[in-house]
Design a binder for this molecule. Structure first.
Ligand SMILES: Cc1cc2nc3c(=O)[nH]c(=O)nc-3n(C[C@H](O)[C@H](O)[C@H](O)COP(=O)(O)O)c2cc1C
Length: 142
């Protein structure tokens, strides 16, 4: 059988800069487990699983330096959950990557970032519902 194991990244939800909630895109900021292979900076579609509760959420993931807001080199791993606004702070979570949506962009304005993020979430919804999206979800519970 071909190796079709999806990429999974596990970590703990920590506090971010706190901008996301004000933008209407509250994100869970993930501190990846030490030694994890973090996927290349980009926007991705994926599933977020919560081992403590068995819950799973539909997600759009941003991995990058947040160049629209920051000039530093720090890579942030942030997850926007489509189907919950629950605060996951302190929880361990796993991200199961379904597809890369686009490169990270330094937008000229916050409005442009918000337009792009809304389009990302629509694209992510379709990717999660695709046959591949469902296969990744099945693998997460195998
Ligand atoms: C779907 C999505 C796409 C994003 N794309 C970008 C991007 O292209 N460029 C960028 O600078 N930040 C991007 N971000 C990250 C935002 O800048 C970040 O979530 C926001 O600054 C809030 O950060 P905070 O949680 O640390 O407060 C994206 C976030 C989401 C949820």
């Amino acid at each position: 059988m071909p190796d079709t194991s999806p990429t999974c990244l596990s970590g703990t939800v920590v506090h971010g800069a706190g901008r996301g909630r004000g933008l209407g895109f509250p994100t869970a900021n993930i501190s990846p487990d030490p030694g994890s292979d973090v996927p290349q900076p980009a926007v991705y579609s994926g599933w977020l699983t919560r081992p403590a509760t068995g819950a799973v959420h539909r997600a759009t993931i941003s991995i990058g330096t947040n160049p629209t807001f920051e000039d530093g080199p720090r890579i942030h791993t942030e997850v926007y959950c489509h189907d919950t606004s629950e605060d996951l702070y302190g929880e361990r979570v796993s991200l199961w990557f379904v597809a890369r949506i686009r490169d990270t962009v330094r937008f000229a304005s916050v409005d442009e970032l918000l337009l792009a993020a809304r389009a990302d979430v629509r694209r992510s919804e379709a990717l999660l519902d695709s046959a591949h999206g469902r296969d990744v979800l099945a693998a997460a519970f195998r």
